[in-house]
Write a protein that binds this ligand. Sequence first.
Ligand code: PLP
Length: 381
Amino acid sequence: MNLFDVYPLFDIEPVKASGSYLWDKNGTKYLDLYGGHAVISIGHSHPYYVNKLTEQLNRMGFYSNSVKIPLQEELAKKLGELSGYNDYNLFLCNSGAEANENAIKLASFHNGRKKIIAFSQSFHGRTSLAVAATDDPSIVAPINQTENIFFLPFNDEGALDNAIDENTCAVIIEGIQGVGGVNIPTISFLKKIKSLCEKHGALLILDEVQSGYGRSGKFFAHQFSDIKPDIITIAKGMGNGFPVAGVLINPNIKAKHSMLGTTFGGNYLACVAAIAVLDVIKKENLIANAKTMGDYIVSRLAGIDGIKEIRALGLMIGVELDFPCADIRKQLLFDHKIFTGSASNKNTIRILPALNVGKAEADMFINAFQQVIKKSLVNKS
Ligand code: PLP
């Protein structure tokens, strides 16, 4: 059997990882400033995380959501404390798309409505409702197309007025748009969405799948504003590579048995991975480090020729160049052994390091970036 060929691959085979570094099968060392799509939050193979998962695997790997699993309660308690959402309820699932799928479904169960508002350049996943709310027609299959989802221009407050009304079920927006190229919603845009949702009985869903878990320098990116969404979705950094996701739900939204469900969601190993991540984020003060290191990287990038704009909060950094960045990323990877990320905006490089990245790694990247940009600008002139 062959693999279904849906992924363009780099000819690199990592076999070992630690902190912000990877090693391939030939022993070549790479600096990882992308974390496999923003997934690595506490660093690769963090010893505390490895021990906790190993211990749990030796004890028990799985049983379904038909028995008591106190690890789920421990996770919910720790997540509530660290995120500031103690009073919310948690539904556990397995991926970002699944979290958004459940969030939209839950909103519709709650107010009985169907109309969803999403935004230009959004990415919410590849399952049916999540992909329909994603602004990329190339990944929406005919069967996913629905007249229930409407797109508005991102950060355009004027466009909100007539669009959010008494038929609106929910508005879904990323804490910071990731795949779209690190686009940060303004505080007044978020506030206006929240107040229109309140006015019309619509729910606000904050997709923090990529921007959450401390990456922005706060636990959630939307916490730079004082709004409280009705539903928050999380995944990626939550398990540091173990597939786990969640939906944080305002207590006004009532649960009913069987309204949501999953076989694997909230399994023992997923809970242990997610608890270990929260323990490390807290103990090692990683949210503060994300802010400090993010500010440092941005300050060192400022003024480099060829950069059109830097959009960043903490360690969610988008560097938009005056020209397409594919070649720059290739040179960083193959000549300097540094992983970075792309975006749907072809000129934007995404830098999404582990939250415990250090100054030495940041400097390594800046020096390599300066060299690569300089070479590229000389070649262009
Ligand atoms: N939401 C956002 C903001 C994302 O960035 C992604 C993935 O990149 C998803 C949802 C989908 O997550 P997953 O790939 O885990 O389904």
